[in-house]
Unconditional design. Structure first.
Length: 409
């Protein structure tokens, strides 16, 4: 059955064009042709940093709920982080996640394999066995503390044609901190996390990447120093890419409240860090935007800043918040936002997909509304953007020719 969007604004070859857009509904779930006027068609977004919590922590999120939430946000591909139980450090330990993906995912879900056994940083995981089954290697949630181990992981990953995606955090510099070591922490008596705990490991790893030739990706950067280090490394020819999250681009520690929904790792930094991230996004230093969608239970996020679990959700609201906060304010073009949310991550991580007619998302960019966590499809509800004004509502997401999400379906 053919569905038609009349006078659609379609993203093609890096620009928006106006044309009728038609696609075949492989499921035949529509009763007739769809005639929508002046809507926007984008290649499905690809989020390379999500936590769907299954296996091991399904009370927080599952492949079923996470993938449906992702589809509602316009995603047709996501990469799931390995801090699970069991940790996917071997094909056998990865299999429960693959089984859940095959059974329950409504979009393409590609798992990471761990860098080290149990993400403990003591011995390398079975990288050779995992390589055909995973999108990349990461010990997300923990930094690889031993430079020798990181160097060996990079050498192995290069041989296997896989990226190392690094959570960069020097444990020796944390000193019990749980929010940014800045004005808010000092004013409210909180222990801070210094920026150096992020950028020093990046500095170390960039040297190792230059030495080994490994493709290196830096997860969720949050500091101005990180931006400059990666900018300089790119200029010198290092094979490096990086991501940042919507919350780091739209918020800083002046927006903090005494609430666990403002606690994530890395933390919200200073205004100057946010400005540097925006400039890095504009000049291409930051290749992509990834949500670090990290659901927890209400109880885990209800303990205040000091004791709440690290992590916030965001996969359902990322585009709409970024469109309102960056595109409508003239900071970034719509085309550049689509590039960072779809084209660049697919290319860097070799994810495939994103072909229009079979892999797209349809948005109404006139829709303006306040973010209401009670309406989320994700099991997680903790977001610093609760009540914030969003612009743009996903009407439909089609993944591999099948309707993964439809408004009011």
């Amino acid at each position: 059955m053919k569905c038609i969007v009349k006078n659609a604004r379609v993203f093609e070859n890096g620009r928006m064009v106006v044309r009728d857009f038609s696609f075949a509904d492989a499921q035949g779930s529509r009763n007739g042709e769809v005639f929508l006027d002046s809507k926007y068609v984008f290649p499905g977004f690809a989020d390379v940093h999500v936590h769907f919590r299954e296996p091991g922590f399904s009370y927080k999120e599952t492949i079923a709920t996470g993938s449906r939430a992702a589809a509602r946000g316009g995603c047709t591909a996501v990469c799931t982080m390995p801090n699970l139980n069991p940790v996917p450090d071997s094909p056998a330990n990865l299999q429960p996640q693959l089984d859940a993906i095959h059974r329950d995912a409504v979009i393409r879900v590609l798992p990471y394999g761990a860098i080290s056994v149990g993400e403990k940083g003591e011995a390398l995981a079975d990288l050779e066995g995992l390589a055909p089954l995973v999108c990349a290697f990461s010990d997300d949630g923990r930094g690889v503390q031993d430079p020798g181990m990181m160097r060996e992981a990079m050498l192995r990953a290069k041989e296997l044609g896989k990226l190392i995606a690094a959570h960069c955090e020097d444990n020796s510099l944390l000193r019990g901190g749980y929010i940014h070591d800045g004005a808010y922490a000092r004013a409210h008596g909180h222990r801070g996390i210094c920026s150096e705990s992020e950028w020093k490991p990046i500095e170390r790893d960039l040297k190792l990447a230059a030495e080994t030739g490994c493709g290196y990706h830096v997860c969720h950067i949050s500091t101005k120093e990180s931006v400059q280090l990666i900018r300089d490394a790119k200029a010198s020819g290092v094979d490096v890419s990086c991501e940042t999250g919507p919350h780091y681009l739209l918020l800083d520690d002046s927006c903090m409240q005494e609430d666990g929904r403002f606690k994530m790792n890395p933390p919200l930094r200073d205004r100057t860090d946010r400005e540097a991230l925006i400039e890095g996004l504009r000049d291409g230093t930051i290749d992509m935007i990834a949500t670090d969608h990290a659901p927890h239970s209400a109880e885990e996020k209800g303990r205040g800043l000091e004791k709440s679990a690290m992590g916030v959700v965001g996969i359902e609201t990322a585009f709409a918040l970024l469109y309102a906060g960056l595109v409508q304010k003239g900071i970034l073009t719509l085309e550049a936002l689509i590039e960072r949310m779809s084209v660049s991550p697919r290319k860097r991580f070799q994810l495939g997909g994103g072909e229009l007619e079979r892999d797209f998302t349809l948005f109404d960019l006139d829709a303006r509304y306040a973010v209401d966590p009670a309406e989320f499809l994700s099991m997680g509800r903790s977001t610093p953007f609760a009540g914030a004004q969003a612009q743009g509502r996903c009407l439909m997401t089609v993944a591999d020719g099948r309707v993964a999400w439809m408004q009011n379906d």
